[in-house]
Design a protein around this ligand. Structure first.
Ligand SMILES: *Cc1c(COP(=O)(O)O)cnc(C)c1O
Length: 385
C-alpha cells in the first residue's frame, strides 16, 4: 500500500506566497546594491527550512543564514546550493567539512582561526564573516586591535577567505533609537580598522531592515518578518508594508460528547461543567508545541471563538463547544476561520512571550502542508519523511 504523507488530523499550513511576498516587498524598499540573507534557522522559525529557503531564493534573496552547522548541512542534503552563512559559533574541528560543503562560517577569535587552520585542506578555502560585538554582548570581537590581528593572520594564511563582516543589534525593535544609534556608530568606527573592508558588510535584522536605511551597508538579514510577523508589537505601526502571517495551525474534532453539571474534564479535574455542556476533543497537545499554559486560550470552530477547558495534555486538548458538532469538524488554533482570526501574536501574548518563540515551538510531530497559489504543493512530515 502506498503511504500518505501523514496520518493525523493536526497539521500546520504554510503559505509560501506570503513568504515570497515579504521577500519581494523587502527587496522593493532596498537600494539595488543591498543584498538579502533569508534567515532560515530553527527550521525556518518552524515553517520548514528547505521550502522557505527555496521560496526566498526564488523571490530574490541572495543568501541563506542559519544558526548551526547541522542546520546548514540539512539544507545542503536537501539540495540547496546557495551560499549559507552559519551565524553562530562553529567548532574549529568542523572547518574542513564546512569548506567542503561550501558553507560560510562566523569567526570571532584568532585562536579559532589557528585551530581551524590545522584542520583545513588548503585546496579548499573556507569563507568566513568576522562577527563584531557592538553591544549585543553575545559573540563577536570588540576592538580594532583584534580586527587588525585577525586580518593580518588571514592575509598570511590562504586557507581562509574573509568575505564579510557583521554585527547584530539588540534593540532595533524598540521605539527608542538610542541604543541602535550607539551600536551603529561603534560598528562604523570599528569598520575603519580593516585595511581592506570585506566585500559583504551587514548589520540589520528584520526590524532594522524595515526601519533604518542608514544601517544597510550592503546586505540585510531578514528573519521574522519574512514569515509575516512583526519584530515587536510597538514597531508594528511603523512597518513599511503590511505583513501577512504565513503559518496556520489546524486540527479536527475527534470526539464530541455531552457532559452534565458537575462532570469534570482533564488531568487534575480542573474543569467542572456548570450545566449541560458539549465538549470537543482535539488531537494536539504539548508534545506538538501546544503547551499547557494555553489552558483557557480560545480556538476557532464553526466560525466562532470557543475556550480550551481543562488542562492541555501531551497529545490532546479539550474545548467547550457551542453545540453538538460533527466529529471531523475543522478547528483553527492559529489562523483565520470565517471572520475570526487568531494571530501568532495573540498566542504569544497568552504565553507571555514573543511571536518568534510560538512558531519555533510547533514541534516535529506536526506535519507541514505547503500552500502556493491556493493549492497544496508539498507536505512534509518530520517523522515519516
Ligand atoms: C536570528 C538572527 C537574525 C534574524 O533576526 P530577525 O529579528 O528574525 O529578523 C539576524 N541576525 C542574527 C545574527 C540572528 O541571530
Amino acid at each position: 500500500m502506498e503511504l500518505q504523507s501523514f496520518y493525523r488530523d493536526t497539521w500546520a499550513e504554510i503559505n509560501l506566497d506570503h513568504i515570497f511576498y515579504h521577500v519581494q516587498s523587502l527587496i522593493n524598499i532596498l537600494p539595488e546594491e543591498v543584498k538579502v540573507f533569508a534567515v532560515v534557522k530553527a527550521n525556518a522559525y518552524g515553517h520548514g527550512d528547505v521550502q522557505v529557503a527555496r521560496t526566498a531564493l526564488s523571490a530574490g534573496a541572495n543568501f541563506l543564514a542559519v544558526a548551526t552547522f547541522d542546520e546548514a548541512l540539512s539544507l545542503r542534503q536537501k539540495g540547496i546550493k546557495a551560499p549559507i552563512l552559519i551565524l553562530g559559533a562553529t567548532r574549529p574541528q568542523d572547518a574542513a567539512l564546512a569548506a567542503e560543503l561550501d558553507l560560510t562560517l562566523t569567526v570571532f577569535q584568532l585562536d579559532w582561526l589557528k585551530q581551524a587552520n590545522e584542520e583545513l585542506n588548503k585546496s579548499k578555502r573556507l569563507r568566513i564573516h568576522l562577527k563584531i560585538d557592538t553591544g549585543m554582548g553575545r559573540i563577536g570581537i570588540k576592538s580594532g586591535k583584534e580586527i587588525e590581528e585577525i586580518e593580518e593572520y588571514i592575509s598570511e594564511h590562504s586557507a581562509f577567505y574573509l568575505e564579510g563582516t557583521f554585527t547584530h543589534f539588540a534593540q532595533a525593535d524598540s521605539l527608542d533609537k538610542t541604543y541602535y544609534n550607539q551600536q551603529l556608530s561603534t560598528f562604523e568606527e570599528l569598520l575603519k580598522s580593516f585595511k581592506q573592508r570585506p566585500e559583504i558588510v551587514h548589520s540589520s535584522n528584520s526590524a532594522a531592515a524595515l526601519r533604518y536605511p542608514e544601517g544597510y551597508f550592503n546586505a540585510v538579514r531578514f528573519g521574522i518578518s519574512m514569515y509575516g510577523l512583526t519584530p515587536s508589537l510597538e514597531i508594528e505601526p511603523e512597518l513599511p508594508y503590511p505583513l501577512k502571517q504565513a503559518i496556520s495551525l489546524k486540527t479536527k474534532l475527534v470526539h464530541v460528547k455531552k457532559i452534565q453539571k458537575g462532570e469534570k474534564v482533564g488531568y487534575g479535574s480542573t474543569y467542572e461543567a456548570s450545566g449541560e455542556e458539549w465538549i470537543g476533543t482535539l488531537p494536539i497537545g504539548y508534545a506538538d508545541g501546544w503547551i499547557r499554559k494555553l489552558q483557557g486560550q480560545e480556538v476557532l470552530v464553526d466560525g466562532q471563538r470557543v475556550p480550551i477547558v481543562g488542562r492541555v495534555c501531551m497529545d490532546q486538548t479539550t474545548i467547550k463547544l457551542p453545540s453538538s458538532l460533527p466529529v471531523g469538524t475543522e478547528v483553527t488554533l492559529i489562523g483565520s476561520q470565517g471572520a475570526e482570526y487568531i494571530s501568532v501574536n495573540e498566542i504569544a501574548k497568552k504565553l507571555e512571550t514573543i511571536n518568534y518563540e510560538v512558531t519555533c515551538m510547533v514541534s516535529n510531530r506536526v506535519p507541514r502542508v505547503y500552500i502556493q497559489g491556493g493549492e497544496i504543493v508539498e507536505v512534509s512530515n518530520g517523522l515519516i519523511s
